[in-house]
Design a protein around this ligand. Structure first.
Ligand code: NAD
Length: 676
């Protein structure tokens, strides 16, 4: 063993039981996550070969990082192999061969999993004979390859169903479900869970524990033991997957095909998985999704400004409505001290209830300990009425999320400058007002910028950041760091504009769609147009989106945007969308659709007739597809205009549109990939 030159693994003996070998994956201190590179696999192969003639009593495979067992293959390596199909078959065969050595070892190999164990990392753990999972809040086990347009390729689709049953495997592989330690134990993926305090260093891996593993018996659900049962599970899953992907994403269906082939002998099943992997990797969706992943990584890590580390530890949030409460929650979970203020007492009560409910939910799901939830809640201070609490003076940054009204925002910012400490950063979350106009009342506009969160802010990944011509670059650098600390993807605009990136293209999407279903002679009906957009990869059709935004808010934003871009948007001044106060979208349970439990149940024909946009002649999807293409061309034109204005690079514009507006990740956004 001493002769092996290992760069990705550390190899040791257990001090008390030297015949137990301990192998730790270690990608170095600079890497936040461990990844399973080709190099790591080849080194593993050599280690297993070296143990062939002097087998140990047992081998433990673990990680040197408590928060990352292994996050799977490095995405740059995935991109490289996907772009080189000639090598793909060889690489997959080689990976199968190496993991087969793990499976066929004559001694037990035990994976000890703490932190993220995803993709190839979980496939490595699945090749081991047993799995001990550490109940760490960061522990997640999953096979999320379909999110990159590919499928698990190192045996995951074949082994997981044999360990946890078909239905559970489909949930993890096709549904992309990531499991906590407890969830992994409940479906039999973990053979044992241990607490972080009792984690590996103190684990007794002597005879008792080995005997425990040797007695583990895997019992699959009865459905899996009957050919009819398996057939039934697969056919139901096919229907559900087709419905969920709307036929836009091939990978989940290909992954399902591989999982459903797992009752064959292993070698045949692995060949099937390999062929389906190659098929998935050759799709344009895979190339686009992998490229998108790299662009997002760039936005999350690259520093466009000379930013030193500027922690903004005390965050003020003014306005405790939909946005303020979710921004406050996101800041609290990023370990910030938070001061949340609203003039209206019921808003504050509602926000506190929301924050406490969310924390309780996290504890229930096993994602947060009870103590951590209490400590998080304790970092929240509230204030209400016209007078700020003293805490406002401690804030390093204050984020404004009050009503979208220039006069109200002016009053608030004037007051904020008076009560905050010198140098504190003041931020607006406006959707449609020009940041420099908001800042016109400030004595220190250098400390001001826009930070545009999306609804709900604790879940949505994107934050658009824009300074005015008077913003100090250090202000942007600090806000950029805050965004990253909150676990979000920042996109920094080179300059400001009304609506920033997403809302400019979103307004085109909504207003052009309304215009075409209400004016042209041969127009499709609006529900068909929604379907046409969803079939090309928009997460939600324009009319469903309007229902969710709410017609009052939507009408206001459309009006403001039309005033800012009168030549670029259609005139919809006759469109009386927000006049009927009982029909405002999901908030009233009816809009273009009738809604129940957050889901659209059926079209609301009555409302469309009232709006006079119901075409009585039966329409075909051709008309809807035709209108969709016209609207898409308007959206692309707007995106290119923003690029020409120098607001951001094409990559960052598309990234924003995908993360903030759900605009066609399969096509890599509205502009799409420029290189082939
Ligand atoms: P909201 O109506 O849900 O909440 C606004 C809150 O601000 C209310 O609780 C109100 O009582 C409070 N408020 C009003 N004036 C105040 C003042 N002077 N001081 C303190 N509190 C005050 O609105 P929202 O949807 O949360 O939007 C807030 C801001 O965020 C707006 O500028 C909006 O354009 C922007 N925004 C909204 C969304 C969205 O989808 N809702 C998305 C991004 C940005």
């Amino acid at each position: 063993m001493e002769n092996l030159k290992l760069t990705k693994w550390k190899y040791a003996h257990n001090e008390e039981t030297p015949r137990i070998r301990i192998l730790s994956l270690d990608c170095g201190v600079d890497a936040k996550q461990n990844t399973l590179s080709k190099q790591a696999l080849e080194e593993l192969s050599k280690i297993l070969d070296a143990n062939l003639y002097h087998p140990p009593t047992a081998m433990v495979i673990k990680s040197s990082k408590s928060e990352s067992f292994c996050a799977g293959m490095d995405v740059d390596e995935i991109r490289e192999i996907v772009n080189d199909p000639s090598n793909l078959k060889l690489l997959l065969n080689r990976a199968h061969e190496i993991l087969m050595k793990v499976r066929l070892a004559t001694y037990p190999i035990i994976a000890v999993i703490s932190g993220e164990c995803l993709g190839g990392g979980l496939e490595l753990a699945l090749a081991c004979h047993y799995r001990i999972v550490v109940d760490h809040p960061k522990t997640r086990l999953g096979l999320p390859e379909t999110q990159l347009g590919i499928i698990p390729g190192f045996g995951g689709t074949q082994i997981l169903p044999k360990v946890v049953g078909l239905q559970n495997a489909i949930r993890v592989i096709v549904g992309g479900k990531k499991l906590s330690a407890k969830e992994a134990k409940s479906i039999g993926l973990a053979d044992m869970i241990v607490s972080p305090e009792n984690s590996f260093s103190k684990l007794d891996l002597g005879d008792a524990i080995l005997n425990h593993f040797l007695s583990v018996k895997r019992k699959l659900p009865w459905m899996d033991r009957l050919p009819f049962g398996k057939h039934f599970v697969c056919s139901m899953a096919r229907k559900a997957t087709m419905k969920a992907t709307k036929g836009v994403y091939p990978a989940p269906m290909l992954a399902l095909e591989a999982v459903c082939a797992s009752s064959q002998p292993l070698e045949k099943g692995l060949n099937k998985e390999r062929d389906l992997f190659i098929k998935a990797a050759n799709t344009s969706e895979a190339k686009n999704l992998i490229n998108l992943f790299s662009v997002r990584k760039e936005a999350r890590t690259e520093t466009p400004l000379e930013a030193k580390v500027y922690p903004l530890d005390y965050v003020g949030v003014i306005g405790a409505g939909v946005m303020g409460s979710t921004i406050a929650y996101a800041a609290l979970t990023a370990r910030k001290q938070v001061y949340l203020h609203d003039t209206y007492v019921p808003s504050i009560h509602k926000a506190v209830r929301f924050i406490e409910d969310e924390l309780r939910r996290e504890v229930k799901k096993g994602k947060m300990s009870k103590e951590k939830a209490e400590e998080t809640r304790d970092r929240l201070t509230i204030g209400y009425g016209d007078i700020f609490h003293d805490r406002i003076g401690r804030c390093d940054v204050v984020i404004e999320a009050i009503v979208e009204d220039m006069a109200e925002k002016h009053k608030l910012f004037t007051k904020l400058e008076e009560f905050t400490r010198p140098g504190a950063i003041l931020v607006t979350n406006t959707s449609s007002l020009l940041p420099s106009e908001i800042a016109s009342v400030l004595k220190h506009p250098e400390n001001f910028c826009a930070m545009h969160f999306f609804n709900p802010a604790h879940k949505m990944d994107l934050v658009e950041i824009a300074g005015t011509s008077r913003t100090d670059p250090e202000t942007i650098a600090k806000v950029l760091n805050l965004t990253r600390a909150m676990g979000k993807t920042p996109v920094v605009l080179n300059k400001e504009c009304v609506g920033l990136l997403v809302n400019r293209v979103m307004t085109q999407y909504l207003m052009q769609s309304i215009y075409y279903v209400s004016t042209i002679p041969n127009r499709p009906n609006l529900w068909m147009l929604d379907k046409a957009f969803e079939a090309c990869g928009m997460v939600m059709g324009p009319f469903k989106t309007l229902d969710l935004i709410g017609f009052d808010t939507g009408a206001h934003v459309m009006k403001v945007m039309s005033e800012a871009y009168p030549k670029r948007l259609p005139n919809l001044s006759d469109f009386k969308i927000a006049e009927d106060k009982s029909t405002l979208g999901t908030k009233t349970g009816k809009g273009f659709y009738l809604w129940k439990n957050g889901k659209p149940i059926k079209p609301n024909y009555e409302f469309a007739r009232w709006l006079d946009i119901f075409p009585y002649r039966k329409k075909t999807m051709d008309e809807a597809n035709c209108v969709r293409e016209i609207v898409l061309s308007k959206m692309k034109e707007e995106a290119m205009k923003m690029y020409d204005e120098g607001l951001a690079s094409m990559d960052m514009i598309d990234l924003s549109l995908i993360l903030g507006g759900g605009m066609m990740p399969n096509r890599r956004g509205v502009i799409g990939r420029v290189e082939s």
